[in-house]
Write a protein that binds this ligand. Structure first.
Ligand code: COA
Ligand code: AMP
Length: 630
């Protein structure tokens, strides 16, 4: 069936459509109820089915005779390692680590935080939690102790699985001090920390809380997969919202397994034995869905890459991995290609490698800007597919569905709605806009399988943030338009979330940290355009009366403070002291106006502005200080 028919059917006969897709999963108990409502009145998929996601992703393949197939390739230029693990090896390893968790008292429904870099043990840790029905919550290594502490307090893990360090190019980033700092800050105290000692950073174990991973895993008895309900949580993944407090997006087991398995064939056009590589990090949703669960559910070989697009050792790093492991489908954030393009504009290093195994180049995480799209098209000679999705959805809302019908790609567009996503573009009053007109991109309920059904321990926030503005429609937080042929163009967030080098961050959180400084009365942080990272945050600072500080040293202190409290990935490097901030009469800072002013975009000053004179005054200051191009 071609795209248009498939899509139409997925919307008009959604239950029948997703009932068929469910047949592709080895359930313990196949669901009879396909779509129903839970106690919160939220649509849920496969409520009476039982399964185990680790079984579907690992053991099932061994049972089917694929035990010798490579499940995982660990490629780590930062440690000069390439190692391979078969499905049978992955199963045995996972079963033992799961047994180790059981011995520590972790049971179905308990939370385990994973604070680990891109090593195979991290993937094993995630699968081991799934195996026993525990709920994992992976925290990205680039976050500071404060951010980790917030997640520990919200998720209340029984155990933390950690490693002694991450490696950033040639820099060793010790994780233990960060973790210990977070554990000191957090009110919740996990019973145990299991520490994977990497050769680059020795472990300092604080017994009896801290346990050495190697001896723990070696001594553990393997355990079998535990059946869980389709609607039981598989993981919590924290993501940035508009406030400083991250949102715990909860993913279920059943809908997730079905949608991800489907996406591997429909979106990525890969299946058993194909090599799939998502060059992201397991700390992000891309890593959850397409380094771990998706490729393994589909019986692919997944590549776990501990390196960068450049400097590990050069801008040919990606081409080397594609060639060496004969990757069929590759997925990465556009910012990574911009980093390569900066170092090797003519893409000369590609000539050294044979990447003929590559069938498609997928990108997501931020808008694929047309110059990068054309650069990729010119050099890679395969379809370049931008697709759009979010932590909340777990898979793409829009894509060019290569496995159904490859449509011609259009620069600047993330493709057409994927099956199951009833996408609309609305104006402020909730009316659908005409083709080509910008508005809020929303999705009509029910959302398809894998989409979140709540925020961890804060269902009120789920309702408020996502469903209250346009009742019956999921507010994606992204704005954009759909053209007359149905192609969607996502132009950016309509809220205070920013996207820095493919990392989703809250300007509200950065503002909180900046505002804590004793000299700062008020501040506004906005994400401005950056040629390499897509966006970077900048701050406008209003100082307390009577404070006399050197602006340069103040900014340096604030930069360090954001680094220490949010993390280096915030990339907060610039701030400016101003005398006034533009506000509405009710006191809301006009962040959109500031952002557009700095980016040189057209902006409308709302009639509710407190004092219109501030606009030319601010523009002059920003220009004078080099925040606006002359
Ligand atoms: N642990 C510790 N520190 C980390 C880190 C981690 N896991 N990841 C990044 N950092 C640090 C970096 O070392 C850097 O530190 P510095 O300021 O001391 O130099 C800082 O955080 C900023 O990192 P980043 O903006 O990511 O720049 P980079 O040069 O390290 O990497 C890219 C550039 C393009 C490779 C990287 O941003 C990237 O891979 N982005 C894609 C993210 C992604 O996959 N998103 C998911 C959607 S597809
Ligand atoms: P995350 O939840 O970290 O995956 O970030 C999701 C956000 O990243 C989305 O809401 C978008 O703002 C942005 N995003 C992801 N993919 C795309 C894309 N293909 N085009 C434009 N924006 C994207």
């Amino acid at each position: 069936m071609q795209y248009a028919e498939t899509y139409q059917r997925s919307i008009s006969e959604s239950e029948a459509f997703w009932a068929e897709r469910a047949n592709d999963i080895p359930w313990f108990t196949a669901p009879q109820t396909i779509l129903s409502k839970d106690a919160n009145d939220v649509a849920r998929w496969y409520a009476d089915g039982t399964l185990n996601t680790c079984f579907c992703a690992v053991d099932y393949h061994v049972q089917q005779g694929r035990g010798d197939q490579t499940a995982l390739i660990y490629d780590s230029p930062v440690t000069q390692t390439v190692s391979r693990y078969s499905y049978a090896e992955l199963m045995d390893w996972t079963a033992r680590v799961a047994g180790g968790l059981v011995e520590l008292g972790v049971a179905k429904g308990d939370v385990v935080i994973i604070y680990m870099p891109m090593v195979p043990e991290t993937i094993v840790a995630m699968l081991a939690c799934a195996r026993i029905g525990a709920v994992h919550s992976v925290v990205f290594g680039g976050f500071a102790a404060d951010e980790l502490a917030m997640r520990i307090d919200d998720a209340t893990p029984k155990v933390v699985l950690a490693a002694t360090c991450g490696i950033e190019t040639e820099r060793v980033i010790p994780y233990q001090p960060l973790l210990n700092g977070a554990l000191d800050l957090a009110r919740h105290k996990p019973a145990h920390v299991v520490m994977l000692e990497r050769p680059q950073a020795p472990a300092e174990l604080n017994a009896p809380r801290d346990i050495d991973w190697a001896s723990w895993a070696a001594a553990a008895e393997p355990v079998a997969c535990v059946p869980v309900a389709a609607t039981d949580p598989l993981y919590i993944l924290y993501t940035s919202g508009t406030t400083g407090k991250p949102k715990g997006i909860v993913r279920d087991n059943g809908g997730h397994a079905v949608a991800l398995k489907y996406s591997m064939s429909a979106v990525y056009d890969v299946g058993i034995g194909d090599v799939y590589w998502a060059a992201s990090d397991v700390g992000w949703v891309v890593g959850h869905s397409y380094i771990v669960y998706g490729p393994l559910l589909a019986g692919c070989t997944t590549v776990v890459y501990e390196g960068k697009p450049v400097k590990t050792p050069d801008a040919g790093a990606f081409w080397r991995v594609l060639a060496e492991h004969k990757v069929n489908s590759f997925f990465v954030a556009p910012t990574a290609f911009r980093a390569i393009k900066k170092e090797d504009p003519e893409c000369k290093l590609l000539a050294q490698y044979d990447i003929s195994s590559l069938k498609y180049q997928f990108v997501a995480g931020e808008r694929l800007d047309p110059p990068t799209y054309y650069w990729l098209e010119q050099h890679l000679q395969v379809p370049i597919i931008d697709h759009w999705w979010q932590t909340e959805t777990g898979w793409s809302i829009c894509a060019n569905l290569a496995g159904i019908e490859l449509l011609p790609s259009r620069a600047g567009s993330c493709g057409v709605p994927a099956p199951g996503w009833d996408l609309r573009v609305l104006d402020e009053s909730g009316q659908e806009v005409a083709a080509g007109e910008e508005g809020a991109i929303v999705v009509k309920a029910p959302l398809p399988p894998s989409a979140f059904a709540t925020v961890w321990r804060d269902h009120e926030r789920f309702q408020q943030s996502y469903w209250s503005q346009f009742p019956g429609f999921y507010l994606t937080g992204d704005g954009g338009y759909q053209d007359a042929d149905g192609y969607v163009y996502v132009m950016g967030r309509t809220d205070d979330v920013i996207n820095v080098a493919g990392h989703r961050l809250s300007t509200g959180r950065i503002e909180e940290v900046v505002a804590e400084h004793s000299a700062v009365a008020e501040c506004a942080v906005v994400g401005i355009h950056d040629a390499e990272k897509g966006q970077v945050p900048v701050g406008l600072l209003l100082l307390k009366d009577g404070i006399n500080v050197d602006d340069e040293s103040l900014v340096a202190e604030l930069v360090q403070s954001v680094r220490d409290n949010v993390g280096p990935i915030a990339n907060f490097k610039r701030a400016l002291v101003v005398t006034r901030l533009p506000k509405t009469r009710s006191g809301k800072i006009l962040r959109q106006v500031i952002r557009k002013m700095i980016d040189g975009d057209a902006y409308t000053v709302p009639s509710t502005i407190d004092d219109p004179n501030i606009i030319p005054e601010l523009e002059a200051t920003l220009r004078e200080q080099g925040f606006i191009d002359a």
